[in-house]
Write a protein that binds this ligand. Structure first.
Ligand SMILES: NC(=O)c1ccc[n+]([C@@H]2O[C@H](COP(=O)([O-])OP(=O)(O)OC[C@H]3O[C@@H](n4cnc5c(N)ncnc54)[C@H](OP(=O)(O)O)[C@@H]3O)[C@@H](O)[C@H]2O)c1
Length: 298
């Protein structure tokens, strides 16, 4: 058995990691109440107590807009905590699998970002995550999985929000406006969790940063249309709304978002040992999972 500790285990990825746990893993799934990533004392005490072989750091400050006004706490959780976890693990001979984001890039390039390209975040969340990547990899016991546009059957995310909005707008016969000029690869927590678990077995030591997303490309608008169509097909919602494209500049938010969030995952299949899955297939599987497990959208 391999002893693995997960931080942020109540988050959308954390919960799916628990659900997808392989049988040879002894799992210590910790929430914010068990291990507070903003506290050096909590990190050191809890990790030293459990002595895991691996930590999967699924905890993070993920409120992209709120981070603009809360840089200090976002920095503590996204940058300082991974550094402290990596240091603590190196003292006990353990390793860190840290999760990062497409938001470390500025989104200005027209093709997918490669793992070793220079980062250039355009918002505070991305800045703190980029710092976390640098800090966590200094001691050589960390691998990073960068992912993009994460959604899952559990928690508040684009999928669960859009399912509710489709029902609400369809009921009122109102259009649902969604940004169409930002693109990326939607990624299901179900496929990402599998990639995370498999990554713990990677023998090769020199690769520090791995890109993992579902395959293909979509705009937020494309994703919202697909959620409506497949949401009705899966019978999770009874009606879909009329989705209308808008430009990001007409949907102002506190934090800037990259226009191109695509990650080049071409090296990852061979490295991790699983095949990438087309984003619409992964979306369908997630909806079926929600239907079968009677997920309530209230
Ligand atoms: N969501 C995306 O679109 C996206 C895209 C790319 C990469 N990522 C990365 O993927 C990873 C997982 O994200 P996610 O979407 O699963 O996030 P999530 O659903 O927001 O979960 C984050 C978890 O972190 C926990 N957390 C926050 N502050 C904490 C603290 N001080 N101590 C301990 N735990 C704390 C939260 O606890 P509570 O439940 O108590 O709030 C929550 O359970 C993150 O590293 C994120 O940066 C996400």
């Amino acid at each position: 058995m391999m002893k693995v500790l997960i931080t942020g285990s109540n988050g959308q990825l954390g919960r799916t990691l628990r659900y997808k746990k392989p049988s040879n893993i002894e799992l210590i799934a910790l929430t914010r109440d068990d291990l507070d990533l903003s506290s050096e004392k909590s990190i050191n005490e809890i990790i030293k107590f459990h002595q895991p072989e691996w930590v999967i750091n699924a905890g993070a400050y993920t409120s992209v807009d709120l981070a603009e006004d809360n840089q200090e706490i976002a920095n503590q959780i996204n940058a300082n905590a991974p550094k402290l976890i990596a240091k603590c693990l190196s003292d006990i001979g353990g390793k860190l699998l840290h999760i990062s984001t497409d938001y470390v890039f500025d989104g200005k390039q027209s093709h997918p970002y490669e793992p070793n390209q220079t980062t250039n975040p355009i918002n505070v969340y991305g800045l703190t995550k980029a710092k976390g990547e640098k800090e966590a990899t200094k001691l050589g016991n960390t691998k990073i999985i960068r992912t993009s546009w994460l959604y899952g059957p559990m928690g508040k995310n684009f999928l669960t929000t859009m399912l509710k909005l489709h029902s609400l707008k369809a009921e009122k016969s109102e259009p649902l406006f969604v940004v169409s000029d930002q693109i990326g690869s939607p990624t299901s927590t179900l496929t990402l969790a599998e990639a995370c678990w498999k990554s713990l077995n990677i023998k090769e030591d020199s690769t520090k940063i791995i890109h993992w997303s579902d395959s293909g490309c979509a705009s937020w608008y494309d994703l919202a249309v697909a959620i409506g169509e497949l949401g009705v097909k899966s019978e999770l919602i009874s009606k879909s709304a009329n989705v209308k494209p808008i430009k990001a500049k007409d949907y102002p938010r506190k934090a800037k978002r990259p226009y191109n969030s695509m990650l080049d995952c071409s090296a990852s299949e061979a490295l991790i040992g699983i095949n990438q899955y087309y984003w619409r297939f992964a979306l369908w599987d997630t909806l079926v999972y929600m239907k079968e497990n009677k997920f309530c959208l209230d």
